[in-house]
Design a protein around this ligand. Structure first.
Ligand SMILES: Cc1cc2nc3c(=O)[nH]c(=O)nc-3n(C[C@H](O)[C@H](O)[C@H](O)COP(=O)(O)OP(=O)(O)OC[C@H]3O[C@@H](n4cnc5c(N)ncnc54)[C@H](O)[C@@H]3O)c2cc1C
Length: 333
């Protein structure tokens, strides 16, 4: 019998840290899962001068940190990081590995799974445990028409990439302590075949839809671009952001950055307004953590209306106009 304590690993993707909090969100879920299988939560950090992230990951739930801090790891490099992580996994045999479905994670995780001859569920939108402690990896499948619950009974580690925004990070606690293991670089670390010559960070909005507290989302039921544009007025009055469904993005009423759902962003607003949206599963897959939903649709049977806390049956454009008028009047008073 294996008496070794179980471990859930979270790969530390700290690039773009202030915008992309996926590692913290995964740590939060790992803490939850660890309770169920009596495991420790371990964050893995590769890079150079990464002490800041050691503190952050500890404050957000990591019990143990496996850290390789070396100038050779200054920039993210798939080949090198793969060699390092594969080596550590073979030595320590974790139960579960969670990786953010960032561009890097999407490139990195399948290669790692292949090397380890284990399964990987990509772009999960939920994680759970079976009664006997297997990781349930919930991922859209068959072109997004179904949600599959996938388990990996025979191979280890159980691996999943998870979309940013799927889970809520737990509030930081800087009193938390963790066990930090600083490990040396592997002796036979492969020389990278791809060398980073230069990088330039794309300008990003400080405030992204993924962390907006109020979101006003619009769908095809709004009828045209002009009406959709009014959502921006409402969002401005409410201090929120605008989200969109896929047909609306395809029609050019909104940028791809506003797309909410399986192929877009996962949002977790305190309040979500949904105008003229049917509530297809590919869209609602991105709404899992909205606290309160107000839906407007002319069809009371629409899935979005059933999911909402408040459903208003009516024309989306008319309700939007009335809401804007009422709010502006209240502001003036
Ligand atoms: C692989 C794949 C991935 C996908 N990923 C995404 C994704 O990430 N995000 C996403 O949103 N979609 C995604 N889709 C598309 C998704 O399946 C739906 O087609 C889409 O969400 C529907 O958008 P909608 O609700 O705006 O339009 P519709 O489904 O056409 O719904 C329009 C709604 O508006 C209502 N309506 C009509 N007129 C009015 C009116 N005057 N006033 C009020 N209500 C009115 C209708 O009753 C209806 O409920 C994906 C699809 C696939 C196959």
């Amino acid at each position: 019998m294996n008496s070794k304590p179980k471990s859930i690993w979270v790969f530390g993707d700290y690039r773009n840290y202030f915008q992309n909090r996926v590692t913290l969100q995964l740590l939060s879920k790992a803490v939850d899962l660890a309770r169920g299988i009596n495991a420790e939560v371990c964050a893995v950090i590769f890079g150079h001068e990464v002490d800041e992230y050691i503190m952050e990951y500890t404050a957000h739930g990591a019990d143990r940190l496996l850290v390789i801090d070396d100038p050779a790891l200054k920039s993210y490099n798939t080949e090198r990081y793969l060699a390092l992580l594969e080596n550590l996994i073979r030595q320590r045999d974790p139960e579960i590995i969670l990786i953010g479905a960032t561009d890097f994670g999407r490139e990195f995780a399948p290669r790692l799974a292949k090397r380890l001859k284990t399964g990987l569920s990509a772009d999960c939108i939920g994680l759970d445990l079976t009664e006997d402690g297997l990781l349930v990896q919930i991922a859209p499948s068959f072109g997004g028409n179904m949600l599959a619950e996938i388990v990996t009974p025979d191979h280890r580690p159980q691996m999943a990439t998870v979309r940013p925004g799927t889970f809520k990070e737990i509030p930081h606690n800087y009193q938390r302590m963790s066990f930090v293991e600083r490990l040396p670089l592997m002796k036979d670390l492969p020389a990278p075949r791809i060398r980073l010559v230069e990088y330039e960070r794309a300008a990003e909005k400080e405030h992204t839809i993924e962390n907006a507290a109020v979101i006003v989302c619009g769908g095809r039921g709004l009828g045209n671009k002009k009406k959709f544009k009014k959502l921006h007025d409402l969002a401005k009055v409410l201090g929120g952001d605008v989200g969109a469904t896929r047909p609306v993005v395809y029609a050019g009423w909104a940028d791809h950055a506003a797309l909410v759902g399986q192929a877009g962003k996962h949002i977790k607003p305190k309040i979500l307004f949904s105008f003229g949206i049917s509530g297809a599963i590919q869209h609602t897959a991105g709404l899992g953590e909205a606290d309160f939903i107000v839906a407007v649709n002319k069809n009371p049977q629409a899935a979005m209306m059933k999911m909402a806390d408040v459903s208003i049956v009516g024309d989306a454009g008319d309700v939007l106009d009335a809401l804007l008028k009422g709010l502006r009047k209240r502001i003036r008073e």
